[in-house]
Each structure stands twice: as structure tokens, then as C-alpha cells.
Design a protein around this ligand. Sequence first.
Ligand code: SF4
Ligand code: SF4
Length: 440
Amino acid sequence: MHLRTFRKGIHPPGNKEKTSSLPVEILPLPKQVVLPLSQHIGAPSEPLVSVGEQVMTGQKIAEAKGMVSVPLHASISGKVVAIEPRPHASGKLVPAIVIESDGTDQISPELASGYNLEQLSADQIKDLIRQAGLVGMGGAAFPTHVKYFPPKGKQIEYVILNGAECEPYLTCDHRLMVERTDEIILGLLAFMKAANAEKGMIGVEVNKPDAISALTKAVEGLPIEIIPLQVKYPQGEEKMLIYAATRRVVPAGALPIEAGVVVNNVATAAALGGYLKNGRPLYSRVITVTGNGIKHPKNVEVRLGTLVEDVINYSGGFDGTPGRIILGGPMTGPAQYRLDIPIMKGTSGILVQTRAEVEKLEYAPCVRCGKCVDACPYNLLPNYLGTFAEFDKLAEAEKYGILDCRECGSCTYICPSRRPLIQLIKNAKSKITASKKKTG
Ligand code: SF4
Ligand code: SF4
């Protein structure tokens, strides 16, 4: 089998065996959900409900504000008990709608029972993508509909689904590709129709042979190609995936549309397929709960707004004393310091590392080995960027292309001195962005 890939990259251990063959379980209804108004890149949504109001599952409870924004839906039925700042994965307090469950999970009558793709126009599909509240579910949380409004003169030729799931530990996309294959294909066909694209592709790393086989069977006779990818990190990063699939290069600082491509995650396609099939907008998602610090690792479908604590309890609780809790995968996911934060649209997993694993991660000075330079898929010099960032030399960092860093974490992973390169780089990037905003 010919395996496509990109240049450079790293080979961290996959650590997926704990959960890769475990079917998705459904988390019992939580007693309460906390739904932040900011679950995506762009403007937070605006509440449509007030404290004390009864809401039903799937009901729109906050409206999109502006083009780069999406609506938010109730993930359980019950009473709105608060609209106030609550802890968020970003570490800040963020306005959220809090719903207490009435235990009935009554579905809102405002929802349609489904949509027939053949009868929908491209514009209607784009509107449905937005109405479903879809954002990039691989972690980016960028409002999905925006990608389907290309700038004037640009045409989307290919829609590529990212089924690489190259982040170690995570297996939720793998399980979706095996268990919800039809929804993914329906979602992809809808994306292609919205874009008027000639071809669809799904890139999957070859460590998921059952997913490749299920998808290959499902696309027979359709203009969709399944692309087996080499197992390498960050294979699922947008520009790496585009290169592997099409051999097209997206220039530094440019968007995939420059290469005539739009990329969505397989989970986002499954959510759209599900919405077309049963009319249910995005109010739940599948995540992976895993790591040596979790008693019973699993893949589980949770209602959005469920607290991390509730999911950990459902997974048997901690195995020993946790050293670090990460939302998402170990390469890009942010570490968390509390358990009362909610699962959001872009949350792909909960990884709990043990104290012993974390203690191994103490760092030392740079030994100038150049391994980070060899690993960076964006041809940056992470050793320099880390040093500039450390000493607040922001102008130099910018000159060396720090804003082109996609925060994939490969440099941090490969560094024998365990330098916290990605944290230093992220920190410097936000300082540069903030100062640019200030100076207009
Ligand atoms: S510098 Fe940025 S893009 Fe390059 S390896 Fe490090 S985190 Fe990834
Ligand atoms: S990998 Fe680490 S030690 Fe080696 S050059 Fe890069 S920052 Fe320095």
C-alpha cells in the first residue's frame, strides 16, 4: 500500500491501545450542564434565554453574533439556573448558561426530523451547517460554515476530511469512523455539495485498518477517495494533510483555500451527517477519556457542558494521584488545574497522566542538538524562537516567523532537554498579537 505523508515530523508512541477497540459508550444524563457562550474562535454567542426559563434538549439558547460565530443549543432539558461567568478550559472565567436537568431529556419541538440532502441547495446547506452550531471538532473550534464562503475568485476543488487522529492517546475519531461511517460520508457529501467541490478525500493513518476498511466500503461508487497515511505527527495538521493528499503546498500565513481545499475533521462531518439524518444540532460529542491516571479508559459520548469531574467519575475515577490533566491530546491540549470545567464542542478528550510521568518532564538548558529544527514541519527554528520568547525579544521572534508556528508541539516532544518550547512560543505569540491589536 502506498502511504502518503509530509516532510519532517516526529514519531511519538501512539498509546492508543487502551481505548482504540472500545465501542463508544453513552454517558448518563448529567444533573447539570455549563454551556460557555464562547466555545469557538470568533465572537461569543448571545443568550436567548433568561434565568428561571424552562428549556428543552436541542433548543437554541444563544444566537450567533456576527459571521464568525455559531448558535448554541441546550444539551439537556430543564431549567436555566444561572447565566454567569464560570471556569473555562482557557483558565479564565467565561459567561455561561447553566441548566439543571429535569431528568426527562425532552427534545425541542422546534427541531426538524431531518433533511434530504438531494433537495437542498448549496446555500441551504451552508445555512444548516451554521444552524447546527458546527465548529471544528478536532480541537480548533473554528466555525465550520465560514470555510464554505471562499473569497471572491477562489474555488473549492477538494473537501478533505481529517481522520488522521495523529495525537497520541486519542481514539474518538477512530471509533466514529468505525461506528458512524454513514454519518461521516453523508456529512462529507453535504460539505462537497455546499462547496460545489468535484472530489472528497478522507485521510486516515494506517494504524486504523478497521476504519480504512469501513470507509472504503462506504464510498464505493462515490467521488470520494480514502487516503491511507503514514503514522507520523502532526499528520492531521491542516497543511500537512493537504500536502499528503494533494501534493499542494499552502504558503506560510495563507489559508487552505489558496490550494483550492477545505479541511474538516471527521467528527465535524459526523455531526453534520447526524443533523441531516435526525435534525439534532450539535449538543453532544464523543471524547476519549484515557491515560495511566484513569481507572477505566473509554470512548464516551457526552452532552456538551458536562463537567470533566462527572466524566472522570463515570470512568472509574483517578488511578492513584493525578500528575496532570489535559483536555485533548498531550501534544496540543492545555493542562487543567480544576475539574469543574465543561466539555465543549472542540474538546476531543481527557488525558490524565500520573505524577511519576509528569515528574520525568523536568527540563534543562538547550544543548544545541538541532533536533527541534529537524522536526518542525513548518521549517522554523524552534530553538531560536524558544530563546527569543524566553527573553522577551519579540521583534526577533517575529522576524524568525514565530507567527507561522502552528503550535503542533513536535519541537517540545523531541527536545532532549525537555525545553517547554511550545509554551514559550505560545506566550510570545499572544504578546505579539496583543501589542498589534493595541497599536491598531
Ligand atoms: S515551532 Fe511550532 S510548528 Fe514548529 S515544531 Fe514547534 S510547535 Fe510545531
Ligand atoms: S531540541 Fe532542545 S536542546 Fe536541541 S536544539 Fe532544540 S531546543 Fe535546543
